[in-house]
Each structure stands twice: as structure tokens, then as C-alpha cells.
Design a protein around this ligand. Structure first.
Ligand code: NDP
Ligand SMILES: O=C(O)C1=N[C@H](C(=O)O)C[C@H](O)C1
Length: 238
């Protein structure tokens, strides 16, 4: 497959290494300096683009891919306030987008178990639920996209919670999502239930970026030929 990497940082480099090992071709790898090159690529040259850039760059890149009819896999987080506009544009331009806040298979299983546990725990108000995430100090967005997905999964099953806040909140109708930035931590997510008597946790620790990269590649191999917006529940058996 001919892959265009939009963003050639930590994730871009990891995806390139895994893609070459699987026999794919990298037709380009764009950074801030050559961002304007994206508009020069056509669907004849690229089977799929993989976008891991920054919260401010992602939406523009997605729209350019729609205009160019290049299917795009997006891992960049921190842009979801624009999702409804992107959905409209996707329909209008007959675009193709695959988005996941986290491409690792383990985290997507975690999302599933998180909802199962929340469904049970909402009946036990003596347990206080909290989401925690720890990432490297270079991360631009807070809370992580994965933590937002986890919080949304809990809120679906907790009618007594009205929303989440990125702080330790004492408000009973608020789900606390707490962020920490530490060294080079790849990505750790915790859902904690605490009562006076005990604590239990769901804990996911990414040991490297390879899990994210291999999931993004799976999505890239699956996406060409499709139209519309997809996510990991379309790809994995959960
Ligand atoms: N969904 C998932 O599974 C995962 C998501 N992420 C998310 O992916 C994003 C990127 O992460 P990461 O690779 O660690 O970040 P890095 O900062 O290491 O890399 C970002 C890259 O994007 C480039 N870039 C920025 N703006 C543009 C633009 N307009 N056009 C082309 N390239 C651009 C940067 O260029 P330059 O080198 O010139 O600065 C850099 O090469 C983040 O939002 C992160 O949260 C990360 C891991 C997993
Ligand atoms: O910025 C990162 O590094 C990561 N970002 C994603 C997120 O915001 O959830 C996924 C992963 O945790 C790594």
C-alpha cells in the first residue's frame, strides 16, 4: 500500500518502521516545514494517509484529504470540538475518515471492560469513580483523548453524573478526570473506584508506541474503498 504520513514525529517514525516491515511504501512524510505539500498529493499517488500531528493541525489536514479523496486515518487527539463540522464535510465531500483516540487493541478492550464495570458500579454509590491519565511532558492536549473516551464510556452508564471536569472535583454530579505529565511516560490510564472499605482499579499501561502504530496500520489497510467515518469498533471484534 502507498502510505502518506502526515506528521513525522514520534508516531510518524514508529508507523514508518512497522509499515516498511510489512512491505508497504511510504510515499511522503510531512512535518510543519513542508505542511503545504499535502495539497500537492492526489488519490492516484496515495492509497491512504495516516495523520498524527497536533490538535491545531488535524482538522485542516482532514479536510484537505476529503477534498483530495484520499482516505485518512487520524490518531491526533484534542480536536473533537470540531467533530460535527468534520462529519458534515465528510458527507458533503464524500470523504473517508478513520478516527481513534487510541489505536491500541489493549486500550480498545479496556474501553469495553470500562463500560461493563461502570454499568455495574453505578448501582453502588458508596464507590467514588475517578479517571486518571499520565503522559510524557511533551503532550500538548489535556486530558488525553483516551481519557475523554473512557469518561464518555462511564457517563453513558452513570445517570447521576452530568459531565466530566479535568480536575479533582468534589461535586457529586461531576466525574473527575485527573491528568499528570511526567518524563517520557508513553501513556497510562486508570479508572479507580474507591469506597471507605476498599479500592479497585482498571489500569492500562502502554509500554511503547508500537501498539498504537500497529493499530493505525491495521486501520489503514482496512480503510481504502470505503466512504464515511469509522472507528475501532468497526475494525475489532469487541
Ligand atoms: N490515537 C492514538 O493511538 C495516539 C494518538 N497520539 C496523538 O497523535 C498526535 C501526535 O503525536 P506524536 O507523534 O507523539 O507527536 P510529535 O510531536 O512527536 O509529532 C508531531 C508531528 O506532526 C508534525 N506536524 C505538526 N503540524 C503539522 C502539519 N500541519 N502538517 C504536517 N505535519 C505537522 C510535526 O512536525 P515537526 O517535526 O516539524 O514539529 C511532527 O513531525 C498527538 O495528538 C497525540 O496525542 C499519539 C499516540 C497514539
Ligand atoms: O500524546 C500521546 O502520546 C498519546 N495520545 C493519545 C491520547 O491523547 O489519548 C493516545 C496515547 O495515550 C498517547
Amino acid at each position: 500500500m502507498r502510505i502518506l504520513l502526515i506528521g513525522y514525529g514520534k508516531m510518524g517514525h514508529t508507523i514508518e518502521r512497522l509499515a516498511l516491515a510489512k512491505g508497504h511504501e511510504i510515499v511522503g512524510a510531512l512535518t510543519v516545514e513542508d505542511a503545504d505539500q499535502l495539497a500537492t498529493y492526489t488519490a492516484d499517488q496515495v492509497d491512504v494517509a495516516i495523520e498524527f500531528t497536533s490538535p491545531v493541525a488535524a482538522v485542516g489536514n482532514i479536510l484537505t484529504c476529503f477534498e483530495k479523496k484520499i482516505p485518512v486515518v487520524v490518531g491526533t487527539t484534542g480536536w473533537l470540538e470540531h467533530l460535527s463540522m468534520v462529519e458534515e464535510k465528510c458527507q458533503q465531500l464524500q470523504g473517508t475518515l478513520f478516527y481513534a483516540s487510541n489505536f491500541s487493541v489493549g486500550v480498545n478492550l479496556f474501553f469495553h471492560f470500562n463500560e461493563y464495570v461502570a454499568q455495574k458500579m453505578q448501582h453502588y454509590p458508596e464507590y467514588q469513580v475517578q479517571v486518571k491519565e499520565i503522559h510524557h511532558v511533551h503532550k500538548l492536549d489535556q486530558p488525553s483523548g483516551t481519557a475523554i473516551s473512557i469518561a464518555d464510556g462511564i457517563l453513558k452508564h452513570y445517570p447521576q453524573k452530568q459531565g466530566w471536569k479535568n480536575e479533582v472535583s468534589q461535586e457529586q454530579d461531576v466525574l473527575s478526570v485527573v491528568s499528570k505529565r511526567e518524563g517520557e511516560v508513553v501513556g497510562t490510564h486508570i479508572v479507580q473506584y474507591t469506597s471507605e472499605n476498599d479500592t479497585f482499579e482498571l489500569h492500562h499501561i502502554a509500554h511503547s508506541r508500537e501498539g498504537f502504530a500497529s493499530g493505525a496500520l491495521l486501520a489503514a489497510e482496512w480503510l481504502p474503498g470505503r466512504q464515511g467515518i469509522y472507528g475501532m469498533t468497526d475494525l475489532l471484534q469487541l
